[in-house]
Design a protein around this ligand. Structure first.
Ligand code: IDP
Length: 170
């Protein structure tokens, strides 16, 4: 019965984080993953992934009208990225999307260095193009990006922990 209850529950919120080619190339993957863990995120899946230009164009298709689109595609296809699926280790993980966006900081690393010096983009990025990190900006984008990188990934259920606690109390 307990197992059945768990399967019926909502899924955890997840976000897709990318350590972009500039930061992978510079050898920052291990340090960034340590920061991810120290900040209380749980890594549910990760993979080094070299995007082709075609894949980069698809991943950023919602940016196709921007004047920087070609530059963005070339950058994202310039070397391997390190892709991570993150949640928060507790309960539903509901805040994971906003919390990850907050920790990476403003998209322009030159702005991040002034306004959020502790942020990952301040510490590992260069400018508004080579900004070291990506984070999904909404639940819809996280769902889309998860399907793009990990089409078979099963998102864990949210209330496994409360169920455990209930069992412990009896
Ligand atoms: P986000 O990554 O914080 O969501 P977006 O505005 O969605 O920021 O832009 C996507 C990515 O496009 C940025 O992370 C950055 O790498 C790149 N980008 C954004 N604006 C510019 C620009 O003005 N010049 C070059 N690259 C840009």
């Amino acid at each position: 019965e307990e197992a059945g209850e768990e399967e019926a529950g909502p899924q955890k919120e997840v976000t897709v984080a990318i350590i972009k080619p500039d930061a992978v190339q510079a050898g920052h993957v291990e340090d960034i993953i340590q920061r991810v863990k120290d900040a209380g995120f749980e890594i549910l899946a990760q993979e080094e992934r070299m995007l082709t230009e075609e894949e980069a164009r698809e991943f950023y298709s919602h940016k196709a009208d921007e004047e920087f689109f070609d530059e963005l595609v070339a950058f994202m296809a310039s070397g391997p990225s390190h892709v991570l699926v993150l949640t928060k280790g507790d309960d539903t993980g509901a805040e994971v999307i906003d919390e990850w966006r907050k920790i990476i900081g403003p998209f322009d690393s030159t702005v991040a260095k002034e306004e959020a010096p502790d942020s990952l983009r301040a510490q590992y990025g260069t400018d508004k193009s080579m900004n070291a990190l990506h984070g999904s900006d909404s639940h819809e984008m996280a769902t889309r990006e998860l399907a793009f990188f990990f089409p078979n990934f099963q998102i864990p259920k949210a209330e496994a922990k409360p169920a455990e606690k209930r069992l412990q109390r009896t």
